[in-house]
Structures are given as C-alpha cells and as structure tokens.
Design a protein around this ligand. Structure first.
Ligand code: C5P
Length: 250
C-alpha cells in the first residue's frame, strides 16, 4: 500500500495534567511521532486552559509537525463564538470544532475571525470543523428538540450548511463517511471518532469501525482515545493503529 500521512489523532481525555503530559510525550514526542495529531477537548481545556496546553503539548513536540485538534464544540451568538476563536488562535490549533446548529452567521463569523486572527498573529489558519448531530441523539431526541428529521438526513443538512458557510469539514461517525464524502467532495475534512482497531474492546462505541474501513470509505482523520491511552504501551498501540490505517513508515 502507498504510504500516507498519519491520519490518527489521539484523544487525551483527562483532567490530570501530569498524565496528559506523559501520554502526549509517549505518543507524539521524539523525532518519529506515532500519531498525526493530539486532540484536547473540553475536559482538559476547562481544567487547565491555554497554559495547560502549552505545558502538556509544548513547542518541541509540536515542532515535528504533530497536529493539534482543539475540540471545544463552540455554540453561541456569532460575536461570542468569534471572540472564543480569537482567544485560542495563539495556540495555533490545526482544527477547532464549532456546532453547525449555531447557524450560518455564527459559522461565517468564526471563519472570518480564524482567518483574520491567524494573519495578524502570523500562525497557520486553524481549520474549522462542524459538529452536526451528536451521535448520542436518536430520532426521538431530535423530535423532542423540535427537529422532525431522521438523524442521518439532519447530519447531511447541517454538513451542507457548514460547507456553504466556509467550514473546512465536519466531525462524523464512521457510518456517515460515505454519504458526506459524496455530498461535500474530496477536499472536505471528515474527522471520524468511533474507531476501534481489529480485535479491541468496543467500550461504549456501539457502531465502531476499524481504521482501515474508515480510511477506505473516505475519512480524512481518525480520532482514537481509549485504545491508545488505556493501552499498556500507548506508543505501540498508536503505531499499530497507524499501520492499520495505511501508514507504512513511522
Ligand atoms: O476513547 P474513544 O476512542 O471512544 O474516544 C473517542 C473520542 O472522540 C472522545 O474524545 C470522544 O469524546 C470523541 N467522540 C466520540 N464519538 C462521537 C463524537 C466524539 O467518541 N460521536
């Protein structure tokens, strides 16, 4: 198989700063990182903020080209979301998430702010990814919020809105990859959690796919948490998953 850039983002879901720092060093440190990027989300960021990011994921680790996915799932009025983006651009995230349900004006304000702040601060423009329908919601949950649609249709609708509003991609479940790739074209980023390597425990991921299946369907990036950070040797686990995803050289 042709070698490809490492698509695997390791999710670090902890509030323990020392633990996060060790994990990041083990999977992403050194000259040959085992992952394509690190995902830090609400749990870590609300506990430690920007100083915590700089401490746990320091410049020397970033310098080898490891990506940084800041999964904040912002959802507020356009002015406030733009302000949130402005506040984190200095951390040079590769990706930031916002809720597509926040609407066109909110997404456009975020896109404009990300571009203008990145230019001002001389960092790469963060790519903005939309969250469509949380996989924890089923049809009746949607209905109780006044949305009378099948979750799969609502995902496509919100992804189209995100695309039109200038977002770079969306987060999606493995089962949504094929339809979204078809609808949004080859360059739209599909960041996919719910990935389990061959032979591993599913945990609470009910409809997981293997790294190979997700990549073959058209995923751009894979988000993997517990199969890496709960492994006895997180680096070896990350390397095995990257290989399953088609990365030959680590
Ligand atoms: O441990 P696991 O591989 O299941 O972690 C997946 C990561 O992706 C977690 O950070 C989780 O919050 C996130 N995620 C998910 N399923 C979704 C959306 C996000 O597992 N539908």
């Amino acid at each position: 198989m042709k070698n490809r850039a490492n698509p695997v983002y390791c999710s670090i879901d902890t509030t323990d700063l020392a633990h996060a720092t060790r994990l990041i060093q083990s999977v992403a440190g050194g000259p040959n990182p085992a992952v394509g990027g690190i995902k830090l989300g609400l749990e870590f960021f609300l506990a430690h903020g920007a100083p915590g990011v700089r401490y746990a994921f320091p410049t020397p680790v970033r310098a080898t080209g490891v990506g940084f996915f800041l999964d904040l799932k912002l959802h507020d009025i356009p002015n406030t979301v733009a302000g949130g983006i402005r506040a984190v651009v200095e951390l040079a995230p590769t990706f930031i998430t916002i809720h597509a349900g926040g609407g066109r004006a909110m997404m456009k304000a975020a896109v404009e702010e990300a571009a203008s702040q990145a230019a001002k601060q001389n960092v790469a423009r963060p790519k903005l990814l939309g969250v469509t329908v949380l996989t924890s919601l089923d049809r009746s949950d949607l209905e109780s919020t006044g949305v009378n649609a099948d979750p799969a249709d609502q995902v496509l609708r919100l992804a189209a809105l995100a695309h039109e509003s200038g977002l770079d991609g969306v987060i999606c479940s493995p089962h949504e990859i094929a339809a979204l790739r078809k609808q949004c074209g080859p360059d739209f980023v599909l960041m996919v959690p719910g990935i389990r390597p061959v032979g591993s425990a599913a945990n609470d991921q009910k409809r997981a796919m293997t790294p190979r299946q997700a990549v073959d369907l058209g995923a751009t990036n894979l988000v993997v948490g517990r199969p890496i950070y709960q492994a006895q040797d997180p680096r070896a686990a990350a390397e095995a998953i990257a290989r399953e995803a088609g990365v030959n050289e680590l």
